[in-house]
Every structure is written in structure tokens, then in C-alpha cells.
Design a protein around this ligand. Structure first.
Ligand SMILES: *Cc1c(COP(=O)(O)O)cnc(C)c1O
Length: 382
């Protein structure tokens, strides 16, 4: 039953070897940029590649500013703090996400609250968010509190699952209505847009990742994206040890982080950004081919980009009939050297987040039992 899919994937990647879920693609330019950074001796905390990557990334996204960091988790942690999340606050996010989303909230000593995703986007559901806020939210002055717990709800973090954009128009409208800032976890969605705006530019702040498994990579890296110059300046200051400009003195005016992206990584990031359009094109070709293949398959549905969106198709996904079938598909593919994976465990099912408040998570549970990610790397010939 699964052998046709296995044959299809092997033909696409033209190999009898192990096929990973998502691997990076490197070209001659990548090597040249990294060597240039080494030859310059500027491999660490200062260097022109950092500035250049911040400039080029912001331009690509159509954002005023990007501040690059050591990874996406660190970027999200700092972005939440800048949005006003304080110890003891609550932050609304989705249960179906990579653990870093919830961890970054916890790193701020805040508590995640889980609101369901919708079936069309796999991301935070506007209807569920509206219902949750109507039931639990209470506005006092400018701030929204959770009536049930008495704590401030200080941010909303939608995550664009596998690169498929959330319904940002409705999420932004709700966030505005309740006066709660949005911090987008756009770690998976470089190259994705909703109504022609890039993911990560809808919220007060957005966050990207350049980890090894993402659409482009610089080994490890992240970015904080914003249209607010003041917030960007604060992000830069905080992620670079909060040091004041001085020709020789070490003056730090608050407790900062050493979260900056090293110049060596930024060199690779610049080279990779130059290849992004080619990678996206190749990934879209694969998505179209998968979509066509699964039109002839009755045992599962291929997940296509939501309407009004352009997805980067970071990871391709199918939705199987039920959990047994999901497990059978996972076994058949992995046994034959093709890496496939289920979606993450729901955050409130992990022991650290079991006690957290949650809405009704009907869609998230349904999807969790059925989603399988298929090999999604761009080919080497992009
Ligand atoms: C990858 C990822 C992150 C974290 O990025 P790192 O660079 O690995 O720290 C955060 N959120 C989501 C949803 C991710 O997929």
C-alpha cells in the first residue's frame, strides 16, 4: 500500500540511500563566504556579515528591522520580554507547536495557555482564540487579565506550522481588540506570506530560525523582526550584553544576553539567503508533485497551503485516516530508509506544561494523531 509512495519519493530524490526529512543544501558560494569570514579573522561577535545579513533579511521580509541572534529560541525569549511579558504573566499560544515556543514563554517565567488550532492552517484558530478571550478575558484599563487565574495575558504567539501561515488578519484584529501584542513564531516560515505580507511582520515582533533543519540555515541562528525602530534597538542592545558605546570602557546598563549571531554564521546566512528563491521554487515543485501524487491516493489527504497564502512548504504533511494508519505509514517508510515523522506531541501533554490552562483542543488532538511529515529537502540541483 505504501510502496508507490516510497517509489515516488525515491524517484524524486534519485537515490537508493537514506532520505532524510529535511537536510540543508550547500553550494560553492556558501563555502566561499565562510572562508572569507575565516580569512578576515572576524568570526565572532563583530563583523560586516552580521550587519549585512540584518539588512538583507529585513529587506527580504519587507520589515523595517531584523536583529539576528544565536538561535530562534533565544530570539523568541527576548522578543516576548520586549513585548512586555513579565514573570507571572500568561501568554496564549497553540498546543501544536515545537517545544521551543512554550519554552521561550517559560524562560520569561511566564505561563503558556493553550488555545486550539484550526484544520485549515494547522495554526492558532481565530474562533478558538475569540471564544477563549470572551470566556476568560477581562480588560482592566489597558491590560487584559485572565478572570480565572487573575494574571495578565501579555502576549499572543501564533506559530505558522510547517510554513503554512495562520489567519493573521483575524488574529491581529482580535489582538487589537483585547490590546494584547502578537509575537509571531515564524521560525518555520521564511518565504511564506499571508495576503502578500511576509510571515513575522504582522505582530509587534516576529521571530525566525536558521537552524540546520529549516528552509535556509547558518548552522544555528535566529532573528527578531519588527517595524518598530525602538524595539529593534532594544533587541540589539539586550542580545549584545547591553553594552554602551564607549571607546574602551565596559559599561553595561542592564542585565543583557550574549545572544548575538557570530559573524561566521552570518557569512553562511548571507550566502544562503541568496539561494532562498531557488530553494523555495524547488520546494514548491515538490509540493505540487506530492499534491498530484496524493490525488490518486484514498488513504490520506495531502495538506495544501491555506487560501490567500503562499507557503514555503518547509515540511510536507499528510493527514492519515487514523492513528493506526499513521503508525503503519511511519513504519513502512522508516523501515525502507525514508525518514518520516509524526507531528510533535501536544505541549500540554508534556510533563512541564501539563498544569497549564487550555481551551478545548479538539482539532489539535485530531491532527496530532494523524499528521505525518514527508521528506521535504530541496534537491541539490536548485
Ligand atoms: C525551529 C523552531 C524554533 C526554534 O528555533 P531554534 O533556532 O532551533 O532555536 C522555534 N519555534 C518553532 C516552531 C520552530 O520550529
Amino acid at each position: 500500500m505504501y510502496s508507490e509512495l516510497i517509489t515516488f519519493i525515491r524517484r524524486w530524490y534519485l537515490t537508493d540511500d537514506f532520505i532524510p526529512l529535511h537536510e540543508p543544501r550547500f553550494k560553492k558560494t556558501d563555502r566561499e563566504y565562510v572562508l572569507d569570514a575565516i580569512d578576515s579573522t572576524f568570526v565572532s561577535s563583530v563583523g560586516e556579515y552580521v550587519n549585512r545579513f540584518e539588512r538583507e533579511l529585513a529587506a527580504y521580509l519587507g520589515a523595517r528591522r531584523a536583529v539576528v541572534t544565536v538561535n530562534g529560541t533565544a530570539a523568541l525569549g527576548v522578543a516576548l520580554g520586549l513585548a512586555g511579558v513579565k514573570a507571572g504573566d500568561e501568554v496564549i499560544t497553540q498546543p501544536l507547536t515545537f517545544v521551543a515556543t512554550a519554552n521561550a514563554i517559560a524562560h520569561n517565567n511566564a505561563t503558556p495557555v493553550f488555545v486550539d488550532v484550526n484544520l485549515d492552517t494547522l495554526g492558532l484558530c481565530p474562533d478558538a482564540l475569540e471564544a477563549f478571550l470572551d470566556r476568560n478575558g477581562e480588560q482592566r484599563g489597558k491590560q487584559t487579565f485572565n478572570k480565572t487565574t487573575g494574571r495578565p495575558i501579555s502576549a499572543i504567539v501564533p506559530m505558522h506550522t510547517f510554513g503554512h501561515p495562520c489567519r493573521m488578519d483575524r488574529l491581529v484584529a482580535l489582538a487589537d481588540q483585547w490590546n494584547i501584542p502578537i509575537v509571531e513564531d515564524a521560525a518555520e516560515s521564511l518565504g511564506s506570506s499571508f495576503l502578500s505580507h511576509h510571515c513575522g511582520t504582522f505582530g509587534q515582533l516576529g521571530v525566525l530560525s536558521f537552524n540546520g533543519n529549516k528552509t535556509i540555515t547558518c548552522g544555528g541562528g535566529g532573528a527578531i523582526v519588527t517595524n518598530d525602530d525602538k524595539l529593534a534597538d532594544r533587541a540589539k542592545h539586550l542580545t549584545t550584553t547591553a553594552k554602551l558605546d564607549h571607546p574602551w570602557e565596559y559599561v553595561h546598563d542592564e542585565i543583557g544576553y550574549n545572544y548575538r549571531m557570530p559573524n561566521l554564521n552570518a557569512a553562511l546566512a548571507c550566502a544562503q539567503l541568496g539561494q532562498l528563491d531557488g530553494i523555495l521554487k524547488d520546494k514548491r515543485k515538490l509540493a505540487t508533485a506530492y499534491s498530484d501524487f496524493f490525488k490518486g491516493v484514498s488513504w490520506c489527504d495531502y495538506f495544501s497551503e491555506p487560501r490567500g497564502c503562499t507557503s514555503n512548504y518547509w515540511l510536507n504533511a499528510v493527514i492519515t485516516k487514523d492513528k493506526d494508519q499513521r503508525d503503519a505509514l511511519l513504519k513502512a517508510t522508516n523501515d525502507s530508509g525514508i525518514m518520516t515523522r509524526p507531528i510533535w506531541q501536544l505541549m500540554p501533554d508534556l510533563k512541564m506544561y501539563q498544569g497549564c490552562q487550555r481551551g478545548r483542543l479538539k482539532n489539535a488532538r485530531w491532527l496530532q494523531e494523524r499528521i505525518v511529515n514527508l521528506p521535504s529537502s530541496a534537491r541539490i540541483d536548485v
